[in-house]
Write a protein that binds this ligand. Structure first.
Ligand SMILES: *Cc1c(COP(=O)(O)O)cnc(C)c1O
Length: 501
């Protein structure tokens, strides 16, 4: 089997093995790791099949060249089982209408798709640490727009040799998301609100990663930073699997013929989920279009349609907070891949972005992007209508992020007349965003003075469903993490939380 190593998109770091890339998270030159070798696609007739674990193991084997098969198999079995996921298929597929299927990616412990990667990342990381004989304690430093934080906390709580430190935007997450994090139990966890939005929080975390003096200081005290954000290859890789698993499910149900092309609709923020779709396509998955759905913070849909990335705009708070992002980190990987791995070109764009808040790609790059992707956005009213319509027409509840996806898919259909089977990724349980979902379903006025937890009960009652087990009673759990800090204090805070200041 071919050995895959990883190179940095910025071109100033040594090649890394997969274990090294997963331990480091971000490359030392601030670039992102991508596979250095060309990916050999599966033959259409020989796509990975079997159950979720099988498909995962086949895909991991390609990208984790320095892991043994036993190591991969152990990780897959430990992560993808019915103790961690409340559905045996892990990512079950629900047929909504003729050609449209919803892939529910939220059956993990925290009810967002992030669990699929973050349930397995700790195993991949621990194996990597053992392989490299790494002695340092690994600090998983995480910025979250709401869902990654809780997922990472659940994945890494009490994992020996690790600490997990989460920063979330104090006023950028839903009430449920916030309480999920601030009530977190575990002996190695730290959760802190940052005054500001997600971009401020992500910026602060990136600054810590890029601080070479700090890295040296941490190293001499026996610590090493790593990341649970989708900048880490170990976060992205597991997300490739469900593209194949859902495709395989469509084939085995006889909904499509083997080799038939399928659209994937992906509610997008940091461009991690949809980038995994790009890699799935490189691996030979018959993907027609990757449909990138943005919310009112439509920096990505503007970019994918014009080639001009412009982050100089206000960041709105929306009902799909996990997509309230203006700097989509993983776009860097796509641009690098589509430009023949040219770090100079990529660095020029990324420098423009950090200095001027914008960059513009050339026509050739844009047309390559548009061969693969289609994009639009949904505003708040459209998002609410999508939730209500889907419930009325199909008696099926979707969350706000998925509703953004559905709205954008309808826009795509208005534009593209040729019919094609389509998988809409449902990225969170509707109960995770019960406030917005209930208001969309039952109208605003009646429920104005209710808390999100009262709305959780109302949603379950009115739709005759049950509140997922880890959310019921969440508002009665003791809050363990109450600290709020200014963004410029994040580094000091990190040091004090490991008693180094
Ligand atoms: C994180 C998240 C997204 C966005 O995914 P990206 O990989 O950041 O593009 C969409 N929906 C939900 C519910 C999320 O938690």
């Amino acid at each position: 089997m071919k050995i895959i190593k990883y190179c940095s998109t910025r071109g100033n770091a040594d090649l890394a093995t997969s274990a090294e890339a997963i331990i480091k998270g971000l490359a030392p030159d601030s670039g992102l790791y991508v596979p250095n070798e060309a990916i050999i696609p599966f033959k259409t007739t020989r796509l990975p099949s079997g159950d979720y674990r099988n498909i995962a193991a086949i895909i991991f084997r390609i990208f984790l060249s320095d892991y043994s098969f036993a190591e991969i198999e152990n990780a897959v079995l430990a992560a993808y089982n019915i103790n961690n996921f409340d559905h045996p298929l892990i990512t079950p597929l629900c047929k909504l209408s003729g050609d449209l299927f919803v892939a529910e990616l939220w059956h993990g412990p925290t009810y967002a798709f992030k669990d699929i990667a973050l349930q397995i990342l700790p195993y991949l990381l621990r194996t990597a640490v053992q392989k490299k004989g790494e002695k340092s304690e690994i600090i998983i430093l995480t910025a979250t727009s709401g869902d990654t934080g809780k997922s990472a906390l659940e994945g890494f709580r009490d994992v020996p040799g690790t600490r997990i430190i989460v920063y979330f935007p104090g006023n950028g997450v839903s009430e449920v998301q916030k309480l999920q994090m601030t009530t977190q139990e575990g002996s190695n966890v730290s959760v802190t609100a940052v005054k500001g939005n997600f971009d401020d929080t992500q910026y602060g975390v990136k600054k810590i990663f890029n601080d070479q003096k700090l890295a040296i200081r941490l190293a001499s005290a026996g610590y090493r930073l790593s990341s649970a954000n989708s900048i880490n290859w170990g976060r992205l890789l597991p997300q490739i699997v469900y593209y194949f698993a859902t495709y395989n499910e469509l084939v085995s149900r006889g909904e499509i013929k083997p080799g038939e092309r399928v659209n994937y609709v992906v509610p997008t923020g940091n461009f991690g989920n949809i980038l995994a779709g790009y890699y799935a396509r490189q691996l030979g998955l018959p993907v027609r279009k990757l449909i990138c759905a943005a919310n009112r913070n439509n920096v990505l849909s503007d970019f994918l349609n014009s080639g001009h990335y412009n982050s100089r705009r206000p960041l709105y708070r929306t009902s799909s907070p996990s997509m309230d992002i203006l700097i989509s980190s993983n776009l860097e990987r796509l641009l690098y891949e589509l430009n023949g791995h040219d770090p100079e070109r990529l660095s020029a764009w990324m420098n423009d972005l950090s200095e001027r808040g914008e960059y513009r790609v050339d026509e050739k790059t844009l047309s390559r992007i548009q061969d693969l992707f289609w994009s639009d956005y949904a505003d708040e009213i459209e998002t609410g209508h999508a939730i209500a319509d889907i419930y009325r027409n199909y008696n099926y509840l979707i969350d706000t992020h998925t509703a953004v996806g559905k709205t954008v898919f309808d826009k795509y259909l208005a534009f593209e007349s040729e019919k094609c089977p389509t998988v809409l990724f449902s990225t969170a349980s509707p109960f995770k965003f019960a406030g917005s979902v209930t208001r969309a379903l039952l109208g605003c006025n009646q429920y104005q003075d209710k808390t999100e937890f009262e709305l959780l009960d109302i949603l379950a009652r009115e739709t005759n469903t049950t509140i997922p087990i880890n959310l019921a009673g969440l508002n009665r759990k003791p809050v363990k993490h109450e600290q709020v800090i200014e963004p410029d204090r994040m580094c000091d805070h990190l040091l004090s939380s490991i008693s180094l200041s």
